[in-house]
Design a protein around this ligand. Structure first.
Ligand code: AHM
Ligand code: MG
Length: 333
């Protein structure tokens, strides 16, 4: 069987006018960085990469060594190619400018270098999430305001999942495409064309330890699911919660489901738990491109106009009919 690599896929997208040469280069560079992160993640204790870094990030969260390593790999890999105007990372407070020695390009890259950090030391899947915007700002050093575009403006979004196999899942606005890393060849192979999220599901993902903090619409929705066959939904539902958003979203892209990190009393002061610009937006674009939906409960995630680079939002995404039901419960409340 003829194997299509990520490189070939991207060249064909470019020929079809769906990506520019610079966007193709950008995605290839991200994919290269993902391979390097994958090597580090999979070596674990052998490479001494587990455990705390001994520092806090901008969110005030303790950084793991792999958070720092993954961040460095992505920043360094993307500095010199000439395709970026600037970068932003979950692990860095300020916008990361391209060093003066290198040319600048027209795109902005945002990422969560290692998502699901709490799973690193227990050898459970983690991921990388990224989002690409156009640089619309004048001048040579884009500041935070250049990044504050709604998710609808993303030109590409993707994630890498470091699981039993390493996968790259990607959209450039023409469906969602999955690639599996062939470690011997060192290349991503096109294994999952046009991934779709089934509109219905019997599986939901939420951290139930936060139940007492949830708002009424989410209480109502989950209570109905838990009543199963004898309740208003008339069927049983199953729960999954990996605590790595990438792994939870990947499951939903594979067999359907709904993922919720909703507004609750614990995270209200921060605006939510997950970050809008490099977690919620790229995942929302991917899920929508796959036929699903993504909402804060009150608004389509991709329509949220960001006020801050590290802004947080409530996230409810996945199978269309379930997400619409949760949004309807919010409207009725
Ligand atoms: P992180 O970027 O610090 O790793 O946090 C994001 C992660 C998501 O991957 C996951 O869905 C969520 O946090 C899990 O949170 P909790 O530990 O509260 O269940
Ligand atoms: Mg994260």
């Amino acid at each position: 069987m003829r194997r299509v690599t990520l490189t070939q896929f991207l060249i064909e997208q470019q020929r079809a006018g769906r990506t520019s040469a610079d966007l193709r280069l950008l995605i290839e560079v991200v994919a290269r960085a993902v391979k390097a992160i994958s090597v580090n993640v999979s070596k674990g204790a052998l490479a001494g990469v587990l455990g705390e870094a001994g520092t806090d990030n901008v969110q005030g969260e303790a950084q793991k060594k792999l958070d720092v390593i993954a961040n460095e790999i992505l920043l360094q890999a993307n500095e010199w190619g000439g395709h970026l105007a600037a970068m932003a990372s979950e692990e860095v407070e300020e916008v990361h400018q391209i060093p003066f020695d290198y040319p600048k390009g027209g795109y902005l890259l945002l990422f969560d270098p290692l998502d699901g950090s709490s799973n690193i030391d227990v050898n459970i899947s983690v991921g990388t999430i990224f989002s690409v915007l156009r640089n619309t700002a004048a001048g040579t050093e884009p500041d935070e305001s250049a990044f504050l575009q709604p998710g609808t403006e993303q030109v590409a979004a993707g994630y890498a999942l470091y699981g039993p196999s390493t996968m790259l899942v990607l959209t450039v606005g023409n469906g969602v495409h999955g690639f599996t890393l062939d470690r011997e060849m060192g290349s991503f192979v096109y294994t999952n064309p046009f991934m779709t999220v089934p509109v219905d599901t019997s599986e939901y993902a939420i951290n139930a330890s936060n139940q007492r903090f949830w708002e009424a619409p989410v209480q109502r929705y989950v209570a109905e699911l838990q009543q199963g066959e004898g309740g208003p939904r008339g069927r049983d539902f199953n729960t999954r919660w990996v605590a790595s958003m990438v792994a939870d979203v990947h499951r939903i892209l594979t067999r359907g489901g709904i993922f919720m990190y909703p507004m609750d009393e614990k995270c209200r002061a921060k605006g939510g738990k997950l970050r809008l610009m490099y977690e919620a937006n790229p995942m929302a674009m991917i899920i929508e491109q796959a036929g699903g939906a993504a909402t804060t409960g009150h608004q389509r995630i991709l329509d949220v106009v960001p006020q801050k680079l590290h802004q947080r939002v409530p996230v409810i995404l996945g199978s269309l009919n379930e997400v619409e039901r949760v949004a309807a419960y919010h409207r009725e409340a």
